[in-house]
Design a binder for this molecule. Structure first.
Ligand SMILES: NC(=O)c1ccc[n+]([C@@H]2O[C@H](COP(=O)([O-])OP(=O)(O)OC[C@H]3O[C@@H](n4cnc5c(N)ncnc54)[C@H](O)[C@@H]3O)[C@@H](O)[C@H]2O)c1
Length: 343
């Protein structure tokens, strides 16, 4: 739920539990009167060690199976706390209170939890949805601009797959409403209804296909190329900043919209609109044409692939009409990357 007052929204839930523990991102101010574990967050702490730290904290509090965990933070924190809750004493209830835009529109709903293992992102995890997700845009007042833009990248993806069936508002589609949003000033009042719309799209899709056997793959638009770009940026991270997840998704969307135009005859307009937005706000990806072979190998090993060495993508026919399970040849992938790097 999107709300003004987190404490009020929580109050109803708190009545139902004998015991409550809070797992919070150190970057946010949390004033809940319960035992709290604060964790300094970056992607490197998305590990088994941190999950163990959360389990140990819950054991130290003698948390029973009837207790409630409240996870307050960005996607790293909610994925970790969700996994710890999924596995502690075979599963206890948890509530997500996302504090980044990305966690609000994506990570904190849908039930995917987990951590990185053997250098592979989210390679250990469980589907375990929170009993509630409480969203307030108030948290975003302290969020750095690049984190805001990262979350907006996932919103753009949602705009490209939403056909208005679940969320049509004033007859205007989500994609055009997102394009009208003022990214220079990032106003929170006009953002809230857009967040609500993105969450509604995700929830409808997840409800229809909780275990990602079909329709849910639509949510992977931009992520086949995006994940490979994100992985490669990890290798560069000693010399450059890590590419935020939502930036990688925007670059991935450009490559996949390019393929949507070439392979499925998607009108070029969305690709042009997104390219403009990328150049203005996100900048060009910090990869080189010479990274192409490595990116293709990474895509061939994507955990979403059903067959070894294939590249599997979601593309779109038009805005709001995703087409899942599109097989891409290495030559096509190379052409899409060449397009992206030429911008
Ligand atoms: N479970 C899912 O379905 C799903 C979906 C998408 C992404 N994810 C995961 O989410 C993670 C990325 O999440 P993220 O983008 O929220 O990053 P994040 O959790 O790393 O947060 C980004 C940074 O912002 C800080 N922060 C958080 N809230 C803040 C606030 N209100 N003010 C100031 N700083 C704040 C954090 O401490 C961190 O340094 C990735 O690990 C990704 O795999 C999960």
């Amino acid at each position: 739920m999107v709300c003004q007052d987190v404490h009020k929204a929580l109050a109803e839930w708190l009545k139902r539990y004998e015991q409550v523990c809070v797992i919070a991102d150190e970057a946010v101010r949390v004033d809940l009167p319960y035992p709290t574990l604060r964790i300094k967050i970056d992607e490197s702490v998305k590990s088994l060690e941190t999950v163990t730290e959360i389990w140990d904290f819950l054991f130290a509090q003698d948390m029973t199976r009837k207790g409630l965990v409240i996870a307050v933070g960005g996607g790293v924190l909610t994925d970790l706390a969700g996994f710890a809750a999924a596995t502690y004493k075979r599963g206890i209830d948890y509530i997500n209170i996302p504090t980044t835009l990305l966690a609000m529109v994506d990570a904190s709903s849908g039930g995917k939890t987990g951590f990185n293992y053997h250098g592979l992102k989210n390679s250990i995890g469980a589907f375990y949805p929170p009993v509630e997700t409480i969203i307030s845009t108030e948290w975003l007042k302290t969020l750095p601009a690049h984190e805001f833009l990262s979350g907006f990248g996932e919103m753009l993806k949602t705009g490209l797959i939403d056909n208005g069936q679940w969320t049509m508002d004033n007859g205007e589609c989500l994609w055009s409403r997102l394009l009208q949003y003022d990214l220079d000033t990032m106003p929170l009042d006009t953002l809230a209804p857009l967040i609500e719309q993105c969450v509604a799209v995700k929830e409808h899709i997840v409800q229809a296909d909780p275990r990602e056997t079909g329709l849910r793959k639509a949510l992977n638009l931009g992520h086949t190329f995006g994940h490979a770009l994100e992985e490669i940026s990890i290798q560069y991270s000693e010399v450059r900043n890590l590419m935020p997840h939502g930036y990688a998704v925007v670059y991935g969307l450009i490559a996949e919209l390019y393929l949507s135009v070439v392979k499925l005859g998607c009108p070029k307009e969305a690709l042009q609109q997104l390219t403009q937005l990328m150049l203005h706000y996100y900048g060009k990806p910090q990869c080189k044409c010479s990274d192409r072979d490595q990116l293709i190998t990474l895509m061939q090993h994507d955990k979403k692939n059903e067959r070894a060495a294939e590249i599997n993508c979601t593309l779109i026919q038009t805005i709001g009409h995703p087409v899942i399970n599109q097989e891409i040849t290495p030559e096509e992938a190379s052409e899409a990357l060449e397009y992206l790097f030429s911008l």
